[in-house]
Design a protein around this ligand. Sequence first.
Ligand code: GLC
Length: 556
Amino acid sequence: MTTAADLAWWQKTIAYEVYPKSFLDTRGQGTGTIAGITARLDYLASLGVGAIWITPCYKSPMVDNGYDVEDYYNIDPSFGTMADMDELIARGREKGIRLVMDLVFNHTSEACQWFVESRKDRTNSYADWYIWRDAKPDGSEPTNWRSIFGGSAWAWCEERQQYYLHTFAPQQPDINWENPDVRRALFDIANFWADKGVGGFRIDAITYIKKPPVFADGPVDGEDGLSSVHDATANGEGILDFLHEFKAAVCDGRDIFTVGEANGVDADELGDWVGERGVFDLLFEFSHTHVPMGEAEIWCKPATWTLTDLKRALTASQKATATNGWYPAFFENHDQPRSTVNFFQCDGTIAAKAKALGTVLLMQRGTPFLMQGEELGYGNRAWLSIDEFNDVQTRGEYDFALSEGFTPQQALAACNRFSRDNARTPMQWDASANAGFTTGMPWLPVHADYAEINVETESADPDSVLNWYRRLSELRRSRDELLAGSYEELVPESEQIYAYRRAGEKSVAVMLANLSDEPAVYDAALVDGLTLLAGTHGTTEPGELRPLEAVVFGTN
Ligand code: GLC
């Protein structure tokens, strides 16, 4: 049986996603800086964080806040300098925190030198570094694919008299992985960062890198007459060959870990992607986030769902990684709304929901990934008009909702519910102006509740969400079964309680969370002989859970 001693450093730690633009501004410019992250390493250490996933901070025109990379070898001046980055890597290592860089390898920015050359004509040395196609005989787009951010996935280039493919925004042209020179250039970039001593990579949108051998129209699935590019290209045949090449060229022999963003890979395919036979150490798959949003991820048409749907998805991912690979447990990231809104359909305070769901997350088998602010218990922000949003996808979803016949109010409500900007509002450090994030004008509005929900206020309150997270983080670190033990779901049929048992070589823990706003009961025999290790409501009566109460029992 596996014990904590058998695990790698990244399996025993907590990973924390920093959205640098919103973390801490050390220059009064309204956007965050790399130096701001370095300044708060002690805070992250106090949470038990051993890896920081930093979303792209390379030179970029920022159409998609850095996911449109102009130059992978330089830091965007708005964030600071390469010296700031080296400092962050070095200071982090001193404190036992490794940096995880985001590799955006499905596409570049249109401002990237490769694309600037590629678009000039059909014969230059970068001519086939992107996905170029001729128009249909009538001059229209090569296929009817809809980009993920809305509108056609093709953009016209006057110079070449051809279209190029963009899975995301038109300013994010897709790279042609079929060309070995392209792959070599990408692997060189990853090696450049690995040589700097980063602890790993998150690999962005990786399921889209292998395009189908034949480009054909897909079934029309919207009033816009288009067809989802995701359905046409995600997880294409042969993709793993590219990724095995990446692994051999970049990862083998290094003490780093990789986590792929793999929308389109299901739990039952995980064996080919992670572990012994796989290409990454971890894989973000989205079966559980699809429960409230729906698999099609169309915000104006969310799914109807129950707690058992959510539990089934999470348990399937646990089973798929039980003996092979490792699970990155997450409820939030910079592409999701806040989990306290996303995964609840009942009443109750945001703080109570945050503690209950945080318990579910931190006691899971796997490496928990937190989104900045999740540990403080954020809700979604109330957005009053579409103009308040910054996110390119939000604007696309709004327009799509209108084209589907929804009213502007309904389209705005869908954006309030699902917008990615909910996760991207500035980090709340204290109760001073702009929550201590900046002395300038924040690039996105600070959440209205910042006077109560912030690091300083919550640090001083023993009952805060933040201190609950710290407590569970400590508990997790101190117990073998919570790090390395097995996962077995309990009461799977309950529509109120999510519960599981973690069993290690010599110890056991049972986590039970009432995710409803009604009292709930369970069979007290499930915790017989175990002691209460932590409870959101203080002492508890075995067999009963108050609304939104979460408890962890364990062997002594
Ligand atoms: C990934 C990122 C997202 C970005 C997209 C395009 O899904 O997480 O933020 O917009 O890729 O790079």
